[in-house]
Ligand binder design. Sequence first.
Ligand SMILES: C[S@@+](CC[C@H](N)C(=O)[O-])C[C@H]1O[C@@H](n2cnc3c(N)ncnc32)[C@H](O)[C@@H]1O
Length: 387
Amino acid sequence: MSSRYYFQLGSNFELSRSELASVYPEIGWQLVAPGILTGHFHQDFSPQTIIDQLGGTIKIFKHLQKLDITNEDQLRDQLTKYLSNLEAPKITIGLAEIGRDHLPKMEVSSLKKDLELAGKKVRYVAGSRHGLSAAVLLHKEVIELVLIQTQDGCYLAQTVAVQNIDHWSKKDRGKPYANRKKGLLPPKVARIMVNLAVGNADSAGQVLCDPFCGTGTILMEALEKSLTVIGADNDQAAVDGTTTNLNWLATEMNLPLNFMITNADATQFQPSQQPAFIVTEPFLGRPKPKADQIPNIFKGLSKLYLGCFKNWRKFLPNHAKVVMVFPRALASSSGLKKDYTLHKLIDNLSKLGYITQSEPILYHRPGAVIAREIYIFEYHFLNISEK
Ligand SMILES: C[S@@+](CC[C@H](N)C(=O)[O-])C[C@H]1O[C@@H](n2cnc3c(N)ncnc32)[C@H](O)[C@@H]1O
């Protein structure tokens, strides 16, 4: 038996969608409302366990029923009927409306009155029209009902899992070593990148390498997913900092110390164990270059990255996955006439055996000059004489 669930995705829809498609390729994901994907899962599916593995899903809703309504009074009647059938005499409820911005807001006061007439004691927790925050849902026992307006009608669902924001912000702000100059990657994006590499494979014990580890954001996510992690950086402060962060995470979460961090140049680094995955946000140049500096900076980065890809061929196994951030200078904020990219280099990587798996996924903060394009490659052995 399977049930329908709705996944509410994070602010970078494309990144979050790609993560789900990669971790659950067998689910025929469908977009039903803005930011909402739906799919069927087997009944023994544990929504909270699943959401804890994902960086890009904010909430999971379980489908309850299709609402047979043509006006708002009927909607209120059906909600009253559903809630008055619940066993508990006292309930705390929240309401979320998705895809219904063009319709009148649910009138909670009359819903409460109707429920009280039906003998239910109701406490209502007010939130935004799109639902209660993860912080409220994590810490309060609330039944959050969700109305999802799709092209086929309106569906009633209930929130059954929520992103553990306490855990994410602890990793983001509580880790002992941080260095803003290294352009810290948000842990959720790091988790998405790890998931894009690992997909639905059993990751336990597999080796993941980040040769530009910085503060270790990517390696922390991989360690939490039970991978063995290998990192390198050519800055000793980053090597020591990443080691401190991984020790901290391992202690906090009771994880084995399956990591090794080395001071090395990414174009030379040889990991001590063969990695099945390279996931990295490399050196991207300065964050706010002037327009006339960009061509030269990108030339230098192109040379550095090519050196890395050539080096990685010495140790990557066939079908290894490489998930890597590339810089993209945005015309809108750089003063350039058009975006400046490394697409020429990326196209040429296929000659080295690195085959792109999909279109790049763009990720950047508002106003950023240098955006990040996340690429997924699969490495294929070429003719051995070329190695
Ligand atoms: C963008 S930061 C990585 C940040 C990391 N993802 C994080 O969230 O903490 C790039 C890192 O690459 C390192 N680096 C620069 N050039 C390098 C090279 N040639 N070989 C290895 N590491 C290098 C820098 O010291 C820096 O720590």
